[in-house]
Write a protein that binds this ligand. Structure first.
Ligand SMILES: Cc1ncc(COP(=O)(O)O)c(C=O)c1O
Length: 302
């Protein structure tokens, strides 16, 4: 019905990542460029959405209703997918009406928006939250914030295959582990499931501990799994400081890879700090996941 064409399999390039602090520590890194899979449906969002879309399709739904903030990468990818593939989208937004570049795109992509206020948005985890929305939009399938949950994670398991297929191009025969930004931990959980203990997965949390990332990951992967969560939030979600911005500017100049400050910039800076603190032995090979999010950067460029 509104599934992507079977020949549309987004391929994320795996590229060597050369930065002086990696070289100094004797660490080899490669970057899986999810930001390059598509100009609009970018980053980890497509992988988190795909199983939700299949579930919606199986349920005979005509579209998707989901939630997010005024800079949400998830709503942006969802609205773009709806426009591209021809299904209806409704977005429930945090706070009061705002005019951000993301919101303007959502409207241009044809997403129907409802602003819930802050209290109304906080109620999203309460039982009965969806009831009135599903009564209003009975033909739509609800997707949790950020495209999370088990279906979201299952879609991200494909990232391991993309690395396995390309690892030879780096001249590597294996790698030690993954390093990636976490918001809900869904993408990390997908990798932990796919790896089944083969390689370690390190999650650099873009949100503070009280966002319950550990519990969300455990709810998906169970009590075992080879992963670790590291606080990379720098004092709060979306908190940006001069050292972070300086690091992003230097990295972009040295590597040519665009980063944004909320997820990928914080995750890479946390990796640098952990490497400098001696977390990885010389000769370690790491896969850094570029989870996209570049559209959201427009809201911070002033
Ligand atoms: C750019 C970007 N990177 C990483 C994440 C974190 O992904 P997850 O929620 O699966 O942990 C998100 C969204 O939350 C994101 O938008």
């Amino acid at each position: 019905m509104f599934l992507p064409p079977t020949d549309w399999l987004p391929q994320a390039p795996l590229e060597p990542l050369h930065l002086d602090w990696l070289t100094a520590a004797g660490i080899e890194a490669a970057i899986l460029r999810l930001d390059r899979i598509d100009p609009l449906i970018s980053g980890n969002k497509w992988f988190k959405l795909v199983e939700h879309l299949k579930a919606a399709n199986n349920a005979g739904a005509e579209g998707i209703i989901s939630l997010g903030g005024a800079h949400s990468n998830h709503l942006h990818a969802l609205a773009a997918a709806g426009k591209r593939l021809g299904f209806a989208t409704v977005g429930l937004l945090r706070g009061h009406p705002q005019d951000t570049p993301t919101v303007r795109d959502l409207q241009d992509f044809g997403m129907q928006l409802h602003w819930l206020g802050y209290g109304g948005y906080r109620a999203r985890h309460e039982p009965g939250f969806w009831q009135p929305w599903l009564a209003q939009y009975p033909t739509l399938h609800p997707v949790p914030e950020g495209g999370g949950g088990l279906p979201g994670a299952q879609g991200c398991a494909a990232l391991k295959d993309q690395v396995s297929q390309q690892i030879g191009t780096l001249g590597w025969d294996d790698y030690h582990g993954w390093w990636l930004a976490c918001g809900t931990g869904t993408t990390l959980a997908g990798l932990v499931l796919a790896e089944a203990g083969q390689h370690a997965v390190y999650g650099a949390m873009a949100v503070p501990d009280d966002h319950g990332v550990a519990a969300k990951v455990e709810a998906i992967v169970g009590e075992t799994g080879r992963y670790e969560l590291i606080d990379a939030s720098r004092g709060g979600f979306a908190k940006v400081d001069p050292a972070l911005l300086e690091f992003i500017a230097q990295t972009e100049q040295a590597s040519g890879i665009p980063l944004e400050p909320l997820y990928t910039g914080k995750a890479l800076l946390a990796l640098k700090q952990q490497i400098e603190a001696g977390r990885f032995v010389r000769g370690s090979r790491l896969i850094f996941v570029h989870t996209g999010g570049l559209q959201g950067r427009r809201g911070f460029d002033g």
